[in-house]
Design a binder for this molecule. Structure first.
Ligand SMILES: CC(C)(COP(=O)(O)OP(=O)(O)OC[C@H]1O[C@@H](n2cnc3c(N)ncnc32)[C@H](O)[C@@H]1OP(=O)(O)O)[C@@H](O)C(=O)NCCC(=O)NCCS
Length: 171
C-alpha cells in the first residue's frame, strides 16, 4: 500500500465515502446525507489544519486507486480535553472494508503524527457499536480510556508499543 497527501481532486470520492450508509451509521445522524456544497465548505474549513493521507492500492498493471483515507487534527475537538492531541478520522472505501486496510491506514497515520508533530497522544472517538473501528484502533495499540457522548475514547501515547526500529513499521 502507498500513501499520498489528499488532493482537491479526491473531493468527489471523499463525498461518496462520507455518504455511504456504512459511514453514516457511525455518525450522530445516520439518516442525514451531506449535501455537496456543505461538503465543499467542510473541506475548505478543515483541510488547512489537518494532516491527511489517501491510501492507494498496491501498484498493478492497472495502476493504483484510492482505497481509504486518514486524517488527524491536532486539538480538533474543542469540547473534549484534547490539548496536544491528534484526533483521528479514518474511512475505508465500502468495497474494501474488512480486509485489514483500516488497521494499516491508522498505523501509517499514527506514525506520521509522531514523526511530524509534537502531539503527545492520538485520540479516536468511536461509536460504541462500531466494532470494526474499535478493533482496528486497538490493533494499532490504542486503548479505550474514556466514554464521551456515547462514544468510546481511544488513546495511544507517544512511545506506546512502538517497535524498536521505525523500519519495521508496515506501510
Ligand atoms: C472502521 C474502518 C476504518 C475499519 O477498517 P477495515 O479495513 O474495515 O478494518 P480491518 O479490516 O482493518 O479490521 C479491523 C478489525 O475489525 C474487524 N472487523 C472488520 N469489519 C468488522 C465488522 N463489520 N464487524 C465486526 N468486526 C469487524 C476485523 O475482523 C479486524 O479484527 P480482527 O483482526 O480481530 O479480525 C472501516 O470499516 C470504515 O471505513 N468504516 C466506516 C467509517 C468508520 O467507521 N470510520 C471510523 C470512525 S471512528
Amino acid at each position: 500500500m502507498k500513501f499520498r497527501p489528499v488532493l482537491s481532486s479526491d473531493l468527489p470520492l471523499l463525498y461518496a465515502w462520507r455518504n455511504d450508509i456504512g459511514t453514516r451509521k457511525t455518525t450522530a445522524n445516520p439518516g442525514r446525507k451531506v449535501l455537496w456544497p456543505e461538503h465543499l465548505n467542510w473541506f475548505k474549513k478543515v483541510q488547512p489544519d489537518g494532516m491527511w493521507w489517501v491510501a492507494l492500492s498496491e501498484e498493478s498493471e492497472n495502476g493504483t486507486f484510492p482505497i481509504g483515507h486518514v486524517r488527524f487534527h491536532v486539538s480538533f475537538n474543542k469540547e473534549y480535553p484534547t490539548a496536544w492531541s491528534a484526533v483521528a478520522n479514518v474511512t475505508v472505501g465500502p468495497q474494501f472494508r474488512g480486509c485489514g486496510f483500516g488497521t494499516r491506514i491508522i498505523r501509517y497515520g499514527t506514525r506520521k503524527v509522531w514523526e511530524t508533530t509534537d502531539a503527545f497522544r492520538c485520540l479516536a472517538f468511536v461509536k460504541m457499536n462500531n466494532l470494526a473501528s474499535s478493533k482496528a484502533f486497538a490493533k494499532v495499540g490504542y486503548n479505550a480510556v474514556d466514554k464521551w457522548q456515547g462514544q468510546l475514547v481511544m488513546e495511544i501515547r507517544r512511545g506506546d508499543g512502538e517497535p524498536a526500529s521505525k523500519d519495521i513499521w508496515p506501510s
